[in-house]
Ligand binder design. Structure first.
Ligand SMILES: Cc1ncc(COP(=O)(O)O)c(C=O)c1O
Length: 430
């Protein structure tokens, strides 16, 4: 080639959640029977979508009109329905034109950061779901700029750290949060959200709130959209159906813009996102058409409640297991469907686990030299116990640990996996 094709920033294109899987598949080829505790896809792990939801979608697919393009912002009936739901809560009021649909939130997340000036920064929680953080740092080939979630304090945000970083970095234009959070399962309560909004207000920042897990709360937490506490501060929320119906393969998510009328620069940003989407024509029509039908059905809330109860039970089972192990810290989740275990400082060394099959052992031993310490544990866990989890270092944090999902549908397998992980940690740290 006459010149370099890709920019230096491609090094930030990292998605550890799927990267470990490539080697996990190689282990499967070597005969390891793998349990997949890594990807947040409820359907991929066996959840059956409620039959009435599938039927409603099949009926819509049978309509010729559902095969058409939709308006760039999204199907009007879906946007009217969403705007009505937001407004009924009594917080920030929006119209259908404050909503913009995307092909899943993965698509939305990329655009949200692409259209911010390369020199401007968005401060993110750490640990952080990697799609947000990678998109943010790629834009300007930056180092991550994060505030700490404190695993010694129920994963609550360290507000002193947030304030300090905002004061030190005048290039910060927005605060991002994920509520309920991936990977920690933490939820932000009203007081905490109000504090964050007031920090944004005092510093002239906008707030980005990823609410893809908004309707999955338990252990006493309630859904708390940022729109309820934002007041006059500009902000946007990301919502979707991947985790809620759940329909991850539907690739449907949307942005809700709040208070565009309060700041001309923020209004221009929202309009730029709309124009960028216009160049792609529109997002997929069929899932959008399903929103008023499915979310407007009286059985929808029942479905959400039933799922939240299931995740609550699984979260509490995981807490009971991991909390009883020396050398790790575990917190009781209140939302989403993940569980994060943190190794205590200094417990991880060049530890190993016995692997009976020589082919598997050779594969793991060839991979681990020089590997970051929690990823090394994850590889041994795959080789010795056939369980694939995600290393916590893949979520842009100095902490070392791993994330599992709470999606295993078969209770006996789920509890057996927890038992195996407990044994693996104890043997690894012995
Ligand atoms: C916090 C968070 N935001 C966004 C997404 C992307 O969701 P979607 O399926 O809509 O692309 C995920 C997926 O796991 C997620 O965990």
């Amino acid at each position: 080639m006459r010149g370099k094709i890709v920019p230096d920033s491609v090094k930030h294109l990292q998605y550890e959640i799927r990267k470990v899987v490539e080697d996990a598949y190689k282990l499967v080829d070597l005969g390891v029977k793998m349990q997949w505790e890594n990807i947040g896809d409820p359907i991929g792990t066996g959840e059956q979508v409620a039959p009435w939801i599938r039927e409603a979608i099949a009926n819509i697919a049978a309509e010729n009109s559902s095969w058409a393009y939709s308006p760039t912002r999204g199907v009007k009936a879906a946007r009217d329905f969403i705007a009505h739901t937001v407004n009924a809560r009594g917080g920030v009021q929006i119209t259908a034109d404050d909503i913009l649909f995307f092909n899943g939130l993965g698509d939305a997340v990329n655009k949200v950061y692409q259209l911010i000036r390369p020199e401007a920064r968005v401060i993110m929680p750490s640990p952080c779901y990697s799609t947000h953080l990678s998109s943010e740092i790629m834009r300007g080939d930056h180092a991550p700029l994060t505030f700490r979630l404190d695993h010694r304090n129920d994963w609550q945000p360290d507000l002193a750290d947030l304030r300090k970083k905002i004061a030190q970095h005048p290039e910060i234009v927005a605060i991002m949060l994920i509520n309920p959070d991936n990977p920690t399962g933490m939820t932000y309560d009203r007081e905490m959200l109000e504090e964050i909004v007031s920090i944004a207000r005092d510093n002239g920042l906008f707030v980005i709130s990823d609410e893809v897990y908004q309707q999955i709360t338990f252990n006493g937490a309630q859904p708390l959209p940022i729109a309820d506490v934002l007041g006059d501060v500009p902000g946007l929320a990301l919502r979707g159906i991947s985790k809620e119906y759940p329909w991850p393969g539907g690739r449907c998510g949307w942005l809700e813009f709040y208070n565009t009328g309060k700041d001309a620069d923020f209004a221009l940003y929202a309009d730029s996102l709309f124009k960028a989407k216009m160049m792609e024509v529109c997002a997929t029509t069929l899932p959008q058409l399903s929103i008023p039908v499915v979310m407007g059905d009286s059985r929808y809330q029942e479905n959400l409640d039933k799922r939240a109860k299931i995740f609550e039970k699984r979260a509490n089972d995981a807490y009971d297991f991991f909390n009883a192990i020396d050398g790790v810290t575990a917190n009781r989740p209140r939302g989403a469907f993940y569980f994060t275990v943190v190794f205590d400082d200094g417990v991880l060394r060049e530890n190993t686990l016995p692997i009976a099959d020589p082919k598997v052992r050779d594969f793991i031993e060839a991979k681990v030299p020089g590997m970051i310490s929690d990823k090394r544990f994850v590889y041994y866990l795959m080789g010795a116990y056939g369980i694939c989890v995600t290393p916590l270092s893949g979520f842009h944090t100095e902490l070392r640990g791993f994330r599992i999902t709470l999606l295993q549908n078969d209770d006996a397998t789920r509890l057996a996996n927890l038992e195996k992980m407990k044994q693996a940690i104890e043997a690894y740290l012995a």
